[in-house]
Design a protein around this ligand. Structure first.
Ligand SMILES: O=C(O)C1=C[C@@H](OP(=O)(O)O)[C@@H](O)[C@H](O)C1
Ligand SMILES: C=C(OP(=O)(O)O)C(=O)O
Length: 453
């Protein structure tokens, strides 16, 4: 756990969110993407040869993924280098920093996997476990028992795997790996999480018949994350048919094949760049995030457009993305269904705007780390705000806010949302800021460094 320099009070467990004295002007290097790191680990573990994952995110979710794969017999060696080294070595790509060598092995049980509260671990690893040659027990934080998993459990059963759960289609459960999965065509309702689709596709090339996933049901959220899965599968040599390139709507197909061990550099986590860009917007300042990719499937890239509409401007140069606030913050009416994980940070900015906002298309956030729609409503209103929940989102009518405790419900993005509000409102105290360790363990230090406090 990272101790915050602004220092969590040991008695109350509260972290005083720093108030911005003026416009921020900072360059903030953001660690690797959670979603890319965890896909890269799974694909490297399923490959026919060793590979590298460079500049991986080191956080609770990615360490849980690495531990889960290790429990199944995969070797993951963590190396750190500061300069270039021999070809094929830890810094063969000349990227510096951390690199993880992933050495695939025969997947084996019995094993136990702790998923914590990581959606990627609880959804992506059961199909891998079905390929192992023994039972694999899955369990995690209390919240993991409430998050939807039925899409993965029902699909794996339909594809030939044996799974024991308590009948609710949720954790805890045991996947009885039989050394292989028959695979084939499967229908699932992935309207509660795009990760069901990604999970089946990631392991699908290793199923005897590959996999064809057909989504049947309500609107599928987080499509960019499915595109990320498809792109990363193709990068390791898999053949994927998908709706966007001449395929059938809501149908994805992965052909059975061996996967290549590749050398992959993880992009910065653009969703974790959000609070820093928000700081530029809220303080009328300027923040540069180096290594912002020119082309990416990460949903955080949508912030360029969304935060521009809310009052800033941005420029992508070889230095990275520079976002500049104008001193004004406008409300927004926006469908966030594709980029749901950005909702807490957008809601925080919207609470400080000069006009109301409507955030739509995010009913599935009720089943994220916490019920994010309820949590944002309660906590912003607790500071004097005026937020109401709708069927699929939030109405936010800005009002002058006051200091107070901002509860986080074990949700990293609630903590960063509270910190954004704290920039503009004196006396905001974040409960359990350490929950940011899920994807950004260094958040408190990065935040105070950005502010120069
Ligand atoms: O596949 C992924 O890496 C993710 C997909 C999305 O999940 P949902 O579709 O469940 O919202 C997103 O919210 C989550 O943070 C990461
Ligand atoms: C929804 C999120 O995480 P998870 O991967 O646990 O679903 C998130 O990071 O906002």
């Amino acid at each position: 756990m990272t101790e915050s320099p602004a220092s969590t009070d040991p008695l109350t467990g509260l972290w005083p969110a720093p108030h911005a004295g003026g416009a921020v002007d900072a360059t903030v290097t953001v660690p690797g993407s959670k979603s890319v790191t965890n896909r890269a680990l799974v694909l490297a573990a399923l490959a026919a040869e060793p590979g590298w994952v460079r500049r991986p995110l080191r956080s609770r979710d990615t360490l849980l993924m690495a531990e889960g794969l290790r429990a199944l017999g995969v070797r993951i060696e963590e190396t750190v280098s500061s300069s270039s080294s021999a070809a094929g070595g830890p810094d063969a790509g000349g990227t510096g920093g951390e690199a993880w060598r992933v050495i695939p092995a025969g997947l084996r049980g019995p094993a136990a996997v702790d998923v914590g509260n990581a959606g990627t671990v609880m959804r992506f690893l059961p199909p891998v476990a079905a390929l192992a040659d023994g039972p694999v027990r899955f369990d995690g934080d209390p919240r993991s028992h409430e998050r939807p998993l039925h899409g993965v459990i029902d699909a794996l059963r339909a594809l030939g795997a044996r799974i024991d759960d308590d009948g609710r289609g949720a954790l805890p459960m045991t996947v009885h790996g039989a050394g292989g999965v028959e695979g084939g065509v499967v229908e699932i309702d992935a309207s509660s999480s795009s990760q069901f689709v990604s999970a089946l596709l990631l392991s699908g090339a290793r199923f005897n018949q590959g996999v064809e996933v057909r989504h049947v049901g309500g609107r599928l959220p987080s499509l960019p994350h499915i595109r990320m899965t498809v792109d990363m599968l193709r990068a390791v040599g898999a053949q994927v048919d998908e709706p966007e390139h001449g395929g059938r709507p809501d149908v994805w197909r992965v052909t059975p094949s061996a996967l290549l061990g590749r050398d992959l550099v993880v992009e910065p986590d653009l969703s974790n760049a959000q609070p820093f860009l928000a700081a530029a917007l809220v303080t009328g300042g300027r923040v540069t995030v180096p290594d912002w990719p020119e082309r990416t499937t990460q949903p955080g890239d949508a912030l360029r457009e969304i935060f521009t509409e809310m009052g800033g401007s941005c420029e992508l140069t070889e230095r990275g993305l520079t976002f500049t606030g104008s001193g004004k913050i406008h409300g927004i009416d926006v469908d966030l269904g594709e980029v749901g994980e950005l909702t807490p940070g957008i809601a925080a900015v919207a609470a400080l705007a000069d006009s109301p906002s409507t955030l739509r298309g995010v009913a599935h956030l009720r089943l994220h780390e916490t019920d994010r729609l309820a949590a944002l409503t309660k906590e912003i209103n607790g500071l004097g705000g005026d937020v109401t929940e709708t069927e699929d989102g939030l109405h936010i009518r800005p009002r002058p806010l006051r200091g107070g405790v901002f509860h986080t419900y074990h949700d990293h993005r609630m903590a960063t949302a509270g910190a954004i509000i704290g920039l503009a409102v004196e006396g905001v105290e974040i409960e359990n800021v350490a929950t940011t360790e899920k994807t950004l363990p260094d958040f408190p230090r990065m935040w105070t460094e950005m502010l120069g406090v």
